[in-house]
Design a protein around this ligand. Structure first.
Ligand code: ATP
Length: 368
């Protein structure tokens, strides 16, 4: 069992509200990723769960037991940090074993046996007699995981555990961590500011901004149905395009383009005046403008390519519009790698109404 419940948790440091009224129910065995920009309160939330910070308001429960006043050692959880927090003077064996020594009820032989078992699971048997200084970053991270796993806790709390690894190793360790978590079947709360890590690892993702929980959901739910403009912009790479404007007779009147609403969009927008429309770069269709005098359809616009970034499998195309206030890019599109449009080229861009998001321009809430 390892259900973790945050019930209206708030944490203040003097006048700073680091975490504000967060309610979150993390299920047993779930892999929950807490994600958000720097300073949004991720680490503070994790540290409250661990018992390393007190709570200012609200209640914390693990498996139904009230935790607010329980010391970290008695919460039956293990934490893994970004900087690994290994003891440099101890060998790997001693570091991993250290995780057990605080636990009552193990004989020395049992501890040794358990260390060997965990080392085998993590593929670090050959490193057991080395010191942390003699290990690569990835190996140190495995040892830090070993120290957490060895105790067989109810939950793992991980604070940016892969942040110090290079990109290739990070992606490899992401997959390993997911497999490990699935094998161990232990509730895991994983903090990152990296939305790719969140999307690929989490059973569910909780997005924080300015201490407040913005949305909790499965990765694709957040991607397709963001609750507000913040989540829409945070999840997805390249980020969603946003165009600001007002409700008009036909639908939406932006700074430089009109976007007619069909019945569905008109219905969800209702009488909200201040609007932002959003569309993901991969939902922006770009085609060569074969005939510049040809009339355009309802959701088509003539634009000019400013830059094309080629990534091999795909291209990111930056676009500007003749009526845009200044000459800056107004949209980004992702196109197939084989479909290259050059800087300076005139193109026809289609913004599919089925894939348009509309936000309340004042509060940022998603209208659809
Ligand atoms: P990062 O991704 O940069 O680590 P974070 O999302 O983990 O950021 P927190 O470390 O939880 O954010 O910090 C949230 C807010 O609380 C920040 O404004 C931070 O400056 C503040 N804060 C955190 N710890 C303390 C502290 N011990 N004393 C005062 N303010 C703090």
């Amino acid at each position: 069992m390892g259900r973790i419940q945050l019930d209206h948790l708030t944490k203040r440091f003097g006048d700073t509200v680091a975490v504000e009224d967060v309610t979150l129910d993390i299920e047993d065995s779930e892999f929950l990723v807490l994600v958000g920009p720097s300073g949004c309160g991720k680490s503070t939330t994790l540290r409250m769960i661990a018992g390393l910070e007190t709570t200012s308001e609200g209640n914390l429960y693990i498996d139904g037991d009230h935790m607010n006043y329980r010391v970290p050692q008695n919460r039956d959880i293990a934490m893994v940090f970004q900087d690994y927090a290994l003891y440099p003077h101890m060998t790997v064996r001693e570091n991993v074993r250290f995780g057990l020594e605080e636990e009552a009820g193990y004989t020395a032989d049992e501890m040794d046996e358990r260390v060997e078992e965990v080392a085998a699971d993590l593929g670090i048997e050959a490193l057991l007699d080395r010191k942390p200084g003699e290990l690569s970053g990835g190996q140190q991270q495995r040892v830090a995981l070993g120290r957490a796993i060895v105790r067989d806790p109810e939950a793992f709390l991980m604070d940016e555990p892969l942040a110090n690894l290079d990109a290739k190793l990070r992606s490899q360790m992401r997959a390993e961590l997911q497999n490990l978590q699935a094998d161990l079947d232990v509730t895991t709360v994983y903090v990152t500011h990296n939305q790719t890590e969140a999307m690929t690892m989490g059973d569910r993702i909780a997005v924080l901004n300015d201490g407040s929980l913005q949305q909790v959901g499965e990765p694709l739910e957040l991607y397709h149905e963001p609750a507000n403009q913040f989540v829409a912009g945070f999840i997805g790479e390249p980020m969603m395009n946003f165009l600001r404007g007002r409700r008009s007779k036909a639908g939406f009147a932006g700074d430089f383009l009109e976007y007619p609403f069909d019945d569905r969009l008109a219905d969800v927008v209702g009488d909200v005046d201040d609007l932002v429309i959003g569309i993901r770069p991969e939902a922006v269709d770009v085609r060569r403008d074969e005939d510049e005098s040809a009339p355009l359809g309802d959701h088509e616009y003539r634009m000019t390519v400013t830059v094309t970034e080629t990534h091999g499998d795909q291209n990111v195309v930056h676009l500007t519009h003749a009526d845009a206030a200044s000459d800056h890019d107004v949209l980004q599109a992702v196109t197939d790698g084989m479909h290259v449009v050059e800087a300076g080229e005139s193109v026809v861009v289609t913004l599919d109404p089925e894939r348009i998001h509309v936000f309340d321009g004042t509060g940022g809430d998603a209208l659809c």
